[in-house]
Design a protein around this ligand. Structure first.
Ligand code: ZN
Length: 233
């Protein structure tokens, strides 16, 4: 007696459990997922690396220029110090001087370009660092939320499982077995409400006999179309 009602209530709990299990799976799949964070960090690291390389190039450029400057100074001192008398030697040094000055001018042009690149790279690092901190904060908040949600779902599931166990304990095993079989075959819904003479599981109008048996309630009535246990709510 009252078994259809008990089974219907059990089904409500089972559906709640199923829904929470799905939500839990969803939460678990999102927990620890950090593709966006990793991509953002990788972009920042790449920008930093580029800046370091450019700063290194700048330093080398500066050393080269200062080295050329020192060489130019030495030659100029020799040339204008008045100690050199040999015209051929003088001409040789003048040619060297010209060459060194050309080289220095080229290096200076190159250095200017590198310095502009360094500025761009610095700007890029600032931007990427800002983007990363936004992504990181969002990620942390989201993970925190997911973790809380996971705890909540697990607690609810534990309570529902307990409730289910108590409810199932009140139903005889043969009935329970039938319920499980239909549930498996009918997408988790073994019990169907009867509304205005129709089985809500398959929407078919029930025969008078089916309705009658469902109304009597002393045996489990099943829809002759979909096989679900009928429950007159
Ligand atoms: Zn049906």
């Amino acid at each position: 007696m009252g078994t259809a009602k008990e089974l219907y209530e059990l089904q409500e709990v089972d559906l709640d459990i199923e829904q929470r299990n799905q939500a839990l799976e969803q939460v678990k799949s999102q927990l620890g997922k950090d593709e966006e964070l990793v991509a953002s960090r990788t972009a920042l690291e790449a920008a930093k690396k580029r800046l370091t390389e450019l700063e290194h190039q700048q330093k080398i450029g500066e050393w080269e220029i200062s080295d050329l400057g020192a060489k130019i100074d030495t030659i100029e001192k020799k040339l204008y110090g008045g100690s050199m008398k040999n015209p051929r030697e003088l001409m040789g040094f003048e040619q060297d001087l010209k060459l060194l000055k050309t080289q220095r001018s080229e290096r200076e042009d190159k250095l200017l370009t590198v310095m502009m690149d360094v500025e761009d790279a610095q700007q890029d690092v600032r931007q990427k660092r800002g983007e990363f901190s936004v992504v990181e904060r969002g990620w942390q908040e989201n993970q925190q939320k997911l973790s809380t949600e996971k705890g909540r779902l697990e607690a609810e599931l534990a309570a529902l499982e307990q409730k289910r166990k108590a409810m199932a304990g009140q139903i005889n095993s043969a009935t329970l077995k039938l319920y499980e079989e239909i549930r498996l075959a009918r997408q988790g819904r073994a019990v169907s409400k009867v509304v205005q003479g129709r089985c809500q599981g398959c929407r078919i109008s029930l025969s008078i006999a089916d309705q009658q048996r469902a109304r009597m309630g002393n045996e489990l009535a099943r829809c002759s179309n979909c096989g679900r246990i009928l429950y007159l709510g």
